[in-house]
Design a binder for this molecule. Structure first.
Ligand code: DGI
Ligand code: FE
Ligand code: FE
Length: 196
């Protein structure tokens, strides 16, 4: 771990609760590991993992206030589901509070909840590491997804999104169009490869 990562790790520990900090370390190490597998920058992956939920423990009311103060535009879906805001606000704080200038890291934080079509390798790694890190237990086919994450990254992103959409639909939750668009995009890529 480099100096900068150590410094940010200390700062992140202060702004997260215990469980969220453990999850964050799990994501950072899993992302670094996936970077080794796919030839991404390990330090960038670790950093993005450390920062991905940096806005998660801010109370919703304060999240809205901060977005207003810093002129961060929220979509209708984000306004209706404040739990989505931590991705966009986290990306802003990564730059503003944690001094990140590498936009690939910032984008990985920004898209870690819904994904977006055409993600970079780092964005896909963070999106996936968030779902498979060792402290996660909720998802139905986690073991399958965990193995798949090291063999076919696009298919893994697609599977995670399909499972998330099914979970959200069963719950009757409002779906962010970004989540649906991303699932469609990665399903098309995966199907195209299958057809050859
Ligand atoms: O912050 P984490 O708990 O580590 O994980 P996260 O940022 O992926 O997601 C937080 C929640 O957001 C998770 O329960 C799944 C949910 N989510 C993802 N896409 C959508 C969504 N929730 C709604 N309402 N709509 C979506 O499209
Ligand atoms: Fe998150
Ligand atoms: Fe997370």
């Amino acid at each position: 771990m480099n100096e900068k990562a150590l410094d940010i790790k200390k700062k992140i520990k202060k702004v997260l609760d215990k469980d969220r900090y453990q999850h964050t370390l799990g994501v950072a190490y899993t992302a670094a590991n996936m970077a080794m597998r796919y030839g991404a920058d390990m330090n960038d992956a670790f950093m993005a993992g450390l920062l991905h939920d940096c806005a998660k423990c801010i109370p919703n009311e304060e999240k809205f206030e901060m977005c207003k103060k810093y002129d961060i535009k929220l979509s209708k879906e984000e306004t209706e589901n404040p739990s989505l805001i931590h991705a966009k606000l986290g990306a802003f704080l990564a730059m503003k509070q944690y001094g990140i200038t590498n936009m690939d890291i910032v984008n990985a934080v920004r898209t870690h909840t819904t994904g977006e079509p055409g993600m970079s390798l780092l964005q896909k790694i963070i999106f996936t590491a968030d779902y498979i890190e060792p402290n996660r237990t909720e998802a139905p086919d986690l073991n399958t997804v965990r193995a798949m994450a090291y063999t076919d990254l696009d298919k893994t992103v697609c599977t995670i999104l399909s499972d998330t959409l099914e979970y959200l639909r069963n719950k009757g939750a409002k779906i962010d169009p970004a989540t649906e668009e991303t699932q469609k995009y990665y399903k098309e890529i995966t199907d195209k490869i299958k057809r050859g």
